[in-house]
Design a protein. Structure first.
Length: 588
């Protein structure tokens, strides 16, 4: 948990003011019972109305200041804890942004969501409790004990029997409950995962009529989490009544001892009457100090239980913040020259996913040049997407190197590298907002003319113009209010609006009909004639006119060349082509 303290630095003055006002509130609260006893002993017992009014006024003023200090302490503690939660969530989010896909997969998306929400809330609540308790509880406990001991030594001895007993009960309960908290967080991760699957795969679930099965899975996970939480709540709920019972027993014992002290005084003599009234006044103050001390013990017990629970959340957060990403930035990043013609070279590249025993790609070597189209084709699982994911460094090569204008991309900053690449992933993803917002994601200061030009090239301008709100048409999360083909064309337009030296189309035309596909490829070739195009495709018709076609088979290059050349020399390519087109079409 100490690692997370550094994020408190911007809020140090709020934390300091919380402590200051907590000390003021605690100090004034300790004075009030003493003044109350003084009013009873010196005012009521001696019938001094002026003294009662004077000390009563002083007591009201001090109570008002104490209440004000308490309000300010709560205000600054809330500002500190909520600000700390904001900073922590921001740091986790930024860290996640810097992680590679394999790092994210290692922790899991549902768990990352839980850590950035539920776990941060636990830390935030713990901080608020500490700020209110760390100073207040010791002052109230020690100060109350000193004040009570100064009033009546015999009664004070009773407190030192019960209070350790309350603390012992809290320790025993905490030892039993704390291991359950980690299970709660893990079961929350599972629940989030099932919920995400339910929402993301709702169409598939309905298509296969598996709603009842998914409902049962969610209900089972929900019931597991609920039952565990109820077990913790029942144990915690029993702690308070038990403490209250002990407090009442202690109160009865104190009153019993006090009554014996009063009965020991002889009646009828003025000085003895004053001693009795003085004992009553001191008893009143003593009971107030007792309540303060018990309250301090209760606050300490709450903090004692919250700290281990928060530590579990802190460990989970630190696991994210401390993870060393597999994609590391170069200390002195190189900048590729703009004076030479752009090219991208794979030089004897091998790649395997973390933890895998076999390579996904082996001995991959080729060069993609500016003004040319390089197509990549192969069967399912041949490594096409894995290959292009290496270019923007979503993953790093296991062996070999990828060179951009002669510089190994591992020696470039990710920012510089990705500015030179326009990437359209296999699954088109649109952000919630408007069509214009999604295009501005590609280029933040794009004009409307640039937006329409990108849409024209992506063959999306026609259907966007027909929409009632045009560029301001709302886009739902993931672009679910558009068809698959429309999503792909909008995603392509978003990449095209940012002029890049290299463009990667990872099977980005799969949802388009043949006519739109042909128009789109023709427009891209014309508009991006100075850029290097890398197209991953399943359809041979999409890559017939590519300058070079790379055929992958089981992670290895089975052939490189143009369409006609590969038909003659590459059995894998010929097999793929004949499975999609007739011999007559291929002859043409």
């Amino acid at each position: 948990m100490s690692k997370l303290v550094r994020f408190l630095k911007p809020l140090k003055w709020f934390a300091f003011l919380t402590i200051v006002f907590s000390v003021i509130h605690s100090g004034l609260s300790l004075l009030l019972p003493k003044i109350l006893a003084s009013i009873i002993n010196e005012g009521i017992a001696k019938d001094r109305r002026g003294y009662i009014l004077l000390m009563g006024s002083v007591m009201l003023v001090l109570a008002a200041f104490s209440a004000g200090a308490s309000v300010l302490s709560n205000y600054f503690s809330a500002r500190t804890s909520t600000g700390y939660g904001r900073i922590l969530r921001q740091e986790i989010f930024f860290k996640i942004q810097s992680l590679s896909q394999c790092d994210i997969d290692f922790i899991g998306t549902p768990s990352l969501i839980t850590r950035n929400t539920n776990d941060v809330n636990k830390i935030q609540d713990m901080l608020m409790t500490i700020l209110r308790t760390l100073i207040t509880a010791p002052i109230m406990l020690v100060g109350g004990a000193v004040m009570a001991f100064s009033i009546n030594k015999e009664l004070s001895s009773l407190m030192f029997i019960v209070i350790p007993l309350v603390i012992a009960i809290a320790v025993i309960v905490a030892k039993y409950v704390i291991p359950m908290f980690e299970k709660v967080q893990k079961r929350t991760d599972v629940l989030n995962q099932l919920l995400r699957e339910k929402l993301s795969g709702i169409r598939v679930i309905r298509a296969f009529d598996r709603s009842q099965y998914e409902d049962a899975r969610f209900s089972s996970a929900n019931l597991d989490l609920t039952s565990l939480t109820l077990r913790i709540s029942r144990i915690m709920a029993g702690l308070t009544p038990l403490s209250v019972l002990l407090i009442f027993i202690l109160t009865v014992a104190i009153i019993g001892v006090s009554s014996k002290q009063i009965n020991a005084l002889d009646a009828g003599i003025e000085i003895q009457r004053l001693q009795i009234e003085s004992t009553v006044g001191n008893l009143q103050a003593f009971l107030v100090y007792l309540a303060m001390m018990i309250g301090a013990v209760a606050m300490a017990a709450e903090m004692f239980i919250m700290l281990p629970r928060a530590k579990i959340s802190a460990d989970r957060i630190n696991e994210v913040l401390d993870i060393e990403g597999q994609i590391t930035e170069a200390k002195n990043p190189a900048i590729p020259s703009d004076k030479i013609e752009n090219y991208l070279e794979f030089r004897d590249v091998y790649f395997s996913y973390p933890g895998a025993t076999a390579s996904v790609l082996s001995a991959i070597s080729f060069t993609a040049k500016a003004g040319q189209t390089t197509a990549i084709i192969g069967g399912t699982g041949s490594g096409k997407s894995s290959l292009v994911n290496l270019i923007p460094r979503y993953f790093d090569v296991s062996y070999g190197s990828i060179l951009l204008n002669g510089i190994d991309i591992r020696y470039m900053s990710s920012k510089t590298l990705r500015k030179k690449i326009g990437f359209i992933p296999q699954k088109a993803f649109l952000f919630s907002g408007s069509i214009a917002d999604n295009l501005l994601f590609g280029k933040s200061k794009a004009t409307q003319d640039e937006m329409w030009r990108a849409l024209e090239t992506a063959q999306a301008a026609e259907f966007v113009r027909k929409l009632p709100d045009g560029l301001e048409t709302r886009v739902s999360q993931g672009g679910k209010n558009f068809s698959g083909g429309q999503q792909q064309r909008l995603a392509i337009a978003r990449a095209l609006i940012r002029r890049s030296d290299f463009y990667i189309f990872d099977d980005s035309f799969s949802a388009l009909d043949f006519l739109t596909d042909a128009k789109l490829r023709s427009a891209i070739k014309e508009d991006l004639k100075d850029s290097a195009l890398i197209i991953v495709a399943q359809r041979v018709g999409t890559i017939l006119d590519a300058d070079q076609i790379i055929v992958l088979d089981e992670g290895k290059i089975a052939g490189i060349g143009k369409h006609k050349q590969l038909l003659e020399q590459c059995d894998v390519y010929r097999e793929i082509a004949l499975s999609q087109l007739s011999a007559e079409d291929l002859a043409l």
